[in-house]
Design a protein. Structure first.
Length: 99
């Protein structure tokens, strides 16, 4: 985590995650915010979807789709967070070099 903001109940309302030069910002659903468009889906690339799936299951994740080989060559799984957002994880990397 790069940065975490919590409310008075100690609930995370905004977090910034960094990995190298990349950053993802996530926030709790807030109907007063113009950025709160409802449940979302985020796709994250991983080299080990099966290992990540096992860790998610062990942590009690709500699995939407178990690891599945896709016809376009990716292996994916999906989970839903407590706010209804779907997090998809897989090996598909659009635009990645295949050499």
């Amino acid at each position: 985590m790069h940065e975490v903001h919590r409310d008075e109940d100690n609930t995370v309302v905004h977090a910034e995650l960094r990995w190298g030069n990349a950053m993802v910002m996530v926030s709790t659903r807030n109907t007063a915010s113009p950025f709160s468009l409802g449940p979302q889906c985020v796709y994250l690339v991983t080299d080990d979807p099966d290992g990540l799936y096992e860790r998610a299951v062990a942590a009690g994740a709500d699995i939407v789709m178990a690891p599945t080989d896709q016809d376009y060559g990716s292996r994916d799984f999906s989970t839903r967070d407590i706010e209804g957002n779907v997090w998809a994880f897989g090996t598909y990397q659009p635009g990645a070099s295949t050499t």
